[in-house]
Write a protein that binds this ligand. Structure first.
Ligand SMILES: NC(=O)C1=CN([C@@H]2O[C@H](COP(=O)(O)OP(=O)(O)OC[C@H]3O[C@@H](n4cnc5c(N)ncnc54)[C@H](O)[C@@H]3O)[C@@H](O)[C@H]2O)C=CC1
Ligand SMILES: O=C(O)CCC(=O)C(=O)O
Length: 416
């Protein structure tokens, strides 16, 4: 990875811009440029064939001034400490922009879960939990799912934690299956939050969505629900979708439900009837109303930004757009709904899950939905108003809103 595409360098650069505009004092700026605490683990795990494999994992507590660390766990072969640092920084700005009383954290294991059996995944999840348990808990840090981690993995981790502690602690992790303390509505929350923000942005900028088109890059939790809810709630027509193996395209429209079922059955999108193949790169350049990047970082860069034809980009992925690309898109008039605003629905419902776990009283789905809608709508308005007032793009506006809140919390605590 080139230094220019190092996600943590990008996160620091984004913060530097905000710090300058906010006129942050040097100590606060330096404090917010770095994680407050980092853990690195070496995890020996027994494989099904009797051999031992050694995995490496991380957990980063970026900033906890507004509350305990919060953020997902990613299992990916390309995971690095700097990726986790960046994701933890973005979690800090994310919990702040939706104004929930949590800080930012993130974790990861360098592995390819597609090569692991279910029993190997379970042993890896439990090994990670044993390594991090003492630093977790509702008053310290609460993990959740991210790329290639699932409700089942959260369930194993919660169970391991409770074995260690000898009592129930469902709030130690969120994104759990509903029967063991998960929240209704967490499964589609990331996409749903993004759909609410897209709806608000379309109203604010006067963009017609009903009957218009969308393309989705990345067809996992975030991407699949974006396609389904984009169709159901906004009337958008899916014309292309892709996953790590490539994409499918039909300008006349693709039935989102049928495509999700096909992906769940076949593990890939390739061969879906009445579509032609499309690469991940070409999908980004389609002439659509809304583009949902929902895979990984750095897919929109200075190399392809000028070729983007979408009217609006709703960033469900973390870090899909580089700072240089942001400026190009702003000049072109493309509306970018920035990641830590657009994908904050996931952590917001994770927070609702923690609240329900604490009270041991569970909400109906419609309560989750209206509370999420309220949080996302309010967050969008605060960012939009800031963007208009300062004449800046929405990412910079979101940084100003979020960083000011975290800086205030640091100051009130007497840290700076
Ligand atoms: N799951 C959650 O609650 C949240 C997820 N996110 C972000 O959303 C993005 C997607 O996460 P999930 O949907 O949860 O993960 P997931 O593991 O459910 O799905 C990931 C999808 O991305 C695809 N993919 C992987 N590499 C790709 C590539 N190079 N090109 C195109 N597609 C590729 C995979 O095939 C898979 O379909 C990530 O950036 C994640 O950090 C953000 C907020 C919350
Ligand atoms: O649900 C959560 O706590 C965090 C989800 C996450 O990792 C993210 O928003 O990037």
């Amino acid at each position: 990875m080139s230094e220019a595409l190092n996600p943590f360098k990008i996160a620091q650069k984004q913060l530097d811009r905000a710090a300058e505009r906010l006129g942050l004092d040097p100590a606060t700026h330096e404090l917010l440029r770095w994680p407050m605490r980092e853990y690195a683990f070496t995890l020996p795990v027994k494989m099904d064939d009797g051999t031992t494999r050694v995995f490496h994992g991380f957990r980063v507590h970026y900033n906890t001034a507004r509350g305990p660390a919060k953020g997902g766990l990613r299992w990916h072969p390309d995971e690095t400490l700097d990726t986790v640092r960046a994701l933890a920084a973005w979690m800090t700005w994310k919990t702040s922009v939706v104004d929930i009383p949590l800080g930012g954290g993130k974790g990861g294991i360098v592995c390819n879960p597609k090569e692991l059996s279910e029993t190997e995944k379970e042993r890896l999840a439990r090994a990670y939990m044993r390594a991090i348990a003492q630093a977790l808990g509702v008053t310290r840090d609460v993990p959740a799912p991210d790329v290639y981690t699932t409700p089942q993995i959260m369930a194993w981790m919660m169970d391991e934690y409770e074995m260690i502690m000898g009592e129930h602690h469902p709030g130690v992790i969120t994104g759990k299956p509903v029967p063991i303390g998960g929240s209704k509505g967490r499964n589609d929350a990331t996409a749903r939050g993004g759909i609410y923000v897209t709806r608000e942005a379309a109203r604010a900028y006067g963009i017609e969505l009903d009957g218009h088109t969308m393309a989705v890059q990345g067809f996992g939790n975030a991407g699949q629900f974006a396609a389904l809810l984009g169709e159901q709630l906004l009337g958008l027509k899916l014309v292309a979708a892709s996953d790590s193996k490539g994409g499918v395209y039909n300008p006349k429209g693709i039935d989102a439900r049928a495509l999700v079922d096909y992906k769940l059955q076949n593990g890939s999108l390739q061969g879906f009837p009445d579509t032609e193949p499309i690469s991940n790169e070409d999908l980004l350049e389609l002439d659509v109303t809304v583009l949902f990047p929902a895979a990984l970082e750095n897919v929109i860069t200075e190399k392809n930004a000028s070729k983007i034809r979408a009217q609006m980009i709703c960033e469900l992925a973390n870090g899909p757009t580089t700072p240089d690309a942001d400026d190009i898109l702003f000049d072109k008039g493309v509306i970018v709904l920035p990641d830590f605003l657009a994908n904050a629905g996931g952590v917001t419902v994770s927070y609702f899950e923690q609240v329900q776990n604490t009270y041991n009283f569970y909400w109906e789905l419609k309560e989750v939905h209206w509370r999420l809608d309220e949080k996302m709508t309010r967050a969008f308005r605060s960012v939009y108003d800031m963007g208009i007032r300062e004449k800046i793009h929405l990412r910079e506006a979101a940084y100003l809103v979020s960083v000011a809140r975290v800086a205030e919390a640091c100051k009130l605590r007497g840290w700076v």
